[in-house]
Design a protein. Structure first.
Length: 202
């Protein structure tokens, strides 16, 4: 089908999330049809990104500076911390423009099967902020998965000493349930249960 270089390109593309062998071949073919205008600029951008990207020491975000642009933004409310699993979750919330505080990226969830324990989660900066008295509310925005629920309960236990009556930090969690435009008859049992459990006055 192609030389070793083309096969390697297809293999690497096939490792990307959402890509299988067929989609990897389609993208490779698209890039190779016009290598100077498609492949070369992409390769240069990826190389520059690889050299420039830093992990924010404050929150765990990926950016070209440390602290990241969010953590260094003077207009952000540093007393409001949203805890998320991944940088992708942080980017999703930023796209939606729904959070004006700062973040804490855990870098994953607790998963005994995957060998991920509490020591593997990026929580030290969060507790450093709590110890310094800089936080008034922690929002737990974790996925509606078994691992997400396990991590949420573990965090709530760890955060308990900072909440009333011992402390003054509020702990909240994102609501889960019926999505916008969602019909009840196509939702799974867990989503329906969460939607009913998080009901509020009409």
């Amino acid at each position: 089908m192609g030389g070793q270089e083309i096969e390697q390109l297809i293999r690497l593309l096939g490792r990307l999330p959402g890509f299988g062998p067929r989609s990897a071949r389609r993208v490779a073919l698209y890039l190779l049809r016009e290598p100077q205008s498609r492949l070369a600029p992409l390769a240069r951008a990826m190389e520059r990104a690889g050299e420039a990207i830093r992990t924010c020491s404050s929150c765990g975000n990926l950016d070209t500076v440390d602290p990241c642009h969010i953590c260094s933004d003077p207009l952000r409310d540093r007393s409001l911390v949203c805890v998320v699993e991944t940088v992708g979750d942080l980017w999703a919330l930023e796209r939606a423009g729904v959070h004006r505080g700062v973040y804490q990226v855990l870098g994953g969830t607790l998963s005994p099967l995957a060998g991920t324990g509490p020591e593997d989660l990026n929580t030290a900066p969060l507790f450093a902020r709590l110890e310094a008295g800089q936080v008034r509310e922690v929002i737990l925005a974790l996925g509606a998965t078994v691992e997400g629920a396990t991590t949420l309960h573990w965090l709530m236990d760890r955060l308990a000493p900072y909440t009333p009556p011992q402390g003054d930090v509020t702990i909240s969690r994102v609501a889960q349930g019926v999505p916008m435009g969602g019909a009840l008859d196509v939702l799974d049992d867990g989503t329906l249960a969460a939607a009913l459990g998080a009901r509020r006055p009409a």
